[in-house]
Design a protein around this ligand. Sequence first.
Ligand SMILES: *Cc1c(COP(=O)(O)O)cnc(C)c1O
Length: 388
Amino acid sequence: MSDGYGIETELIHADRDAAGYGDVTPPIYQTSTFSFDDAQSMARAAHAPGFERFYTRHGNPNHGQVERVLAAIEGGEAAMVSASGMGAISATAVALTKAGDHVVAQRVTYAGTRSLLTSVLSRFGVDVTFVDQADTAAFKMAMRPNTTLVMLESPSNPLLGITDIEAVASIAHDAGALVTVDNTIATPVNQRPIGLGADVVLHSATKYLGGHSDLIAGVAVSSKALIARIWETHHILGATLGPFDAWLLLRGLRTLEMRVARHNDNALRLAQFLENHPRVARVYYPGLASHGQHELAARQMNGFGGLLSFEVDGTFDDARRVIDKLSLVHSAVSLGGVESLIAQPAAMWPNIPDSPESRLMGIIPSLLRLSVGVERIEDLIADFDRAL
Ligand SMILES: *Cc1c(COP(=O)(O)O)cnc(C)c1O
């Protein structure tokens, strides 16, 4: 598509008539391999990164369609889909580091990303330093001559911490490091990290991009050169997205802008309701003036997203009882679907003691994390009012 279209338009048209048959909804290329007219064109295709008609672990037309839309909406040159968010994050981190390198990452980051750094890359000679995402100066202090990668995530989960992406990207680039931003919770509707200086944008497409809790997928968006580099590692590691799941992801993406607009509105209304409720001790939502980094969030985001957390004024068990009393909201992990989901982070890490460090990570006994869906807001407020 030509430049200048809005995100709503790119979501619908960026992959237009990719198959050349005029199909408005693309077919599903449920095939593992593709045939060639002659041996020479087959040999050429074997060496083309991400070629869409060779072998599906290398690429597939359904990958290409959704990748064009994802690159357009994130403002990148190219994208690469993966079988999960962790598939995209792992391939990116492995592709962009080698033994002897140093990575700087946020202390509060997705648990899988943290484990990738502390239990996998560490075994291959890659060092990591974790810093407080709110402390921009700490990133500068953490940089070393061998720092090659800075991994960011904003907002983070579950306390909705914000990283100053533009400031940290500039510190990283001055030191010669590349910057990744996990944009899962914001989505490109609310935040476009490439415009703020990020080199690679990562997503769990399982969440808002797919949007209907019916698939697991991931994506990396970047320059053509960096996506080719990441693909070189990715097609060896082998976390290939199935053609049908790529098709489902494209179908979910069509309505991303509308869904996120409603998630934003609903989450703000619910955050305001909870903040004024006597049984709620504290609400964490970047759209509230009470959030410690509200001004930074307002500067780098167009909307504050659909995820919020709150502390029930009571114990671990009191918080658990709130979940049990909700009738509309599902008790489930994950986030970003059309339905509201609630979870108690402390119940998922039962062996971690209640300490200042665990509290920084959001493992607060009475904390509930809520992915606000697109239901009618009055119905959600009534459900919480009753449960509290
Ligand atoms: C869910 C999630 C991931 C991991 O994605 P999967 O699709 O489950 O592999 C990574 N980052 C964030 C912020 C997430 O919420």
